[in-house]
Ligand binder design. Structure first.
Ligand SMILES: CC(=O)SCCNC(=O)CCNC(=O)[C@H](O)C(C)(C)COP(=O)(O)OP(=O)(O)OC[C@H]1O[C@@H](n2cnc3c(N)ncnc32)[C@H](O)[C@@H]1OP(=O)(O)O
Ligand SMILES: N[C@@H](CCO)C(=O)O
Length: 306
């Protein structure tokens, strides 16, 4: 929560320079409070696992967060039961007349396909268009981020020589921007993907601001439109064993896969991996919810045009 102080207290200026979030009395008195509405477009095959990971990430805030799950109607899910989807998920058609304070678009294991080959690409583009007018801030994860960078900014994804897999070191850029407030200068975060949006292309795109990048893994975090669009190229939401499960799954299928970097103690897959990215993930989601959703969204979602 922001620190609320008198508008003319001298240390306010110092705190602001230090990037501590300060709200003056006037703003605090005029701020109405209500639960914030978050929509999750879950494109992952193992939807329940992703629900758990994202809800855990969103729960680390004093705000009340109401979550709605959206599924695509142009792809039939094989790995999540229809009864679960019917009970807990709604389609774009059912939701498109509503507005949301925030939206998360997950990754999807479709990165080796051309975007246009993905069953739900047309529907996805409709949802992305809709988000511009009906959602205050949208956070795109992994393939979701690649898809949005391609659709909105014409940036292509490229196939990597081998899967980028494990925990990678990143350095914060543009530290004054609230999305990376409280981050350490360098931090580890998971990546698990076969494709990439080249770092030079992202840096060269004037609409995009890079917030964290890695020599080995490229961009981790970028944003556009003053945070109304946020792109996370990795998987901060992954839990302790997700990379382990993916590693052992790929090994058992005989797929080419290296031991995930910086993950197991002594690179020994028999060792239980330490969680080394949870604090960063919590910080990222809390900053997003606070600065880009809660502080930016209108009290009356339906009263103010976006
Ligand atoms: C780059 C990123 O964003 S990473 C995020 C993705 N990460 C993950 O999905 C991790 C977990 N996934 C897995 O472990 C595996 O995908 C499994 C075990 C669920 C299934 O693997 P497989 O049996 O080899 O593949 P399967 O044929 O079931 O297809 C997997 C998924 O690919 C997607 N997919 C495949 N073809 C298409 C297509 N033409 N259009 C859209 N989606 C497709 C679907 O999501 C499909 O699962 P779903 O039907 O349940 O939605
Ligand atoms: N993280 C994904 C990448 C595939 O797109 C997996 O390992 O299943």
């Amino acid at each position: 929560m922001p620190i609320k102080i008198q508008s003319d207290l001298p240390v306010k200026e110092i705190l602001e320079k230090e990037n501590i979030f300060v709200m003056d009395e006037h703003r605090a008195m005029h701020q109405d409070i209500r639960p914030i509405q978050i929509l999750i477009l879950n494109l992952m095959p193992l939807k329940e696992e992703t629900e758990l990971q994202l809800l855990r990430s969103l729960s680390n805030t004093p705000l009340q967060v109401d979550v709605t799950f959206m599924k695509v109607s142009s792809h039939e899910s094989k790995n999540t039961s229809l009864s679960h989807l019917n009970k807990f998920y709604q389609t774009f058609d059912e939701l498109k007349d509503q507005k949301f304070d925030g939206m998360i678009v997950t990754g999807a294991p479709v990165e080796k396909m051309e975007f246009e080959e993905v069953d739900y690409w047309d529907e996805m583009t409709q949802i992305m268009d809709w988000s511009q007018k009906n959602v205050t801030s949208t956070l795109f994860l992994c393939w979701g981020a690649q898809a949005a960078l391609y659709y909105f900014y014409g940036l292509p994804k490229v196939q990597l020589d081998k899967k980028l897999f494990g925990l990678f070191w990143h350095r914060v850029k543009n530290r004054k921007i609230p999305l990376v407030r409280g981050f350490d200068d360098v931090f580890l975060a998971p990546h698990s993907r076969h494709t990439d949006v080249p770092i030079e292309k992202i840096r060269a795109c004037e609409e995009l601001t890079v917030l964290a990048e890695s020599e080995e893994a490229g961009i981790f975090l970028a944003m556009a439109r003053e945070g109304r669009q946020i792109f996370v190229m990795g998987h901060p939401e992954y839990d302790r064993v997700t990379l382990d499960t993916e590693y052992k799954r790929d090994l058992s299928k005989g797929l080419p896969i290296d031991i995930p970097k910086n993950y197991y103690e002594n690179d020994n897959p028999d060792n239980k991996p330490d969680l080394k990215w949870r604090a960063t993930a919590n910080n990222l989601y809390t900053n997003w919810l606070n600065y880009y959703v809660y502080q930016s969204t209108p009290f009356d979602l339906y009263g103010t045009p976006f």
